[in-house]
Ligand binder design. Structure first.
Ligand SMILES: [Zn+2]
Length: 110
């Protein structure tokens, strides 16, 4: 579906090749519908499917996951699934740094 006007600001939409990256890994160039006024980028359904396919072949699909908070003694435990741990090259005993970005986001630096 092609849009002619931006839903955000009403600006003119043009087609442009843009670099798309996911989790810091480039997936390549894709045709996006870009607003000339606010820069909002949007992909049509076909392009979104292509992006999903590339993400899957690069093992970047489904890395976001839900996790339940557990408790061990005085500490809280958040489990990281195997797929995500492998993506981050986490090893047992490795030290990571935790910091809140705001009241609803936790950053884990590996
Ligand atoms: Zn716009």
């Amino acid at each position: 579906m092609d849009r002619e006007k931006c839903e955000e600001c009403g600006g003119k939409i043009v087609k442009k090749e843009v670099d798309f990256s996911l989790y810091g890994t480039s997936l390549g160039k894709f045709t996006a519908q870009v607003c000339t006024k606010c820069g909002e980028e949007c992909f049509d359904e076909k392009t979104s499917d292509e992006i999903d396919q590339v993400a899957k072949t690069k093992g970047l699909w489904g890395l976001g996951a839900k996790s339940k908070v557990g408790i061990a003694g005085d500490s809280f435990i958040i489990r990281i699934n195997k797929k995500l741990a492998e993506f981050l090259h986490l090893k047992k005993g490795e030290e990571v740094f935790l910091r809140p970005e705001n009241k609803s986001k936790l950053i884990v630096e590996v």
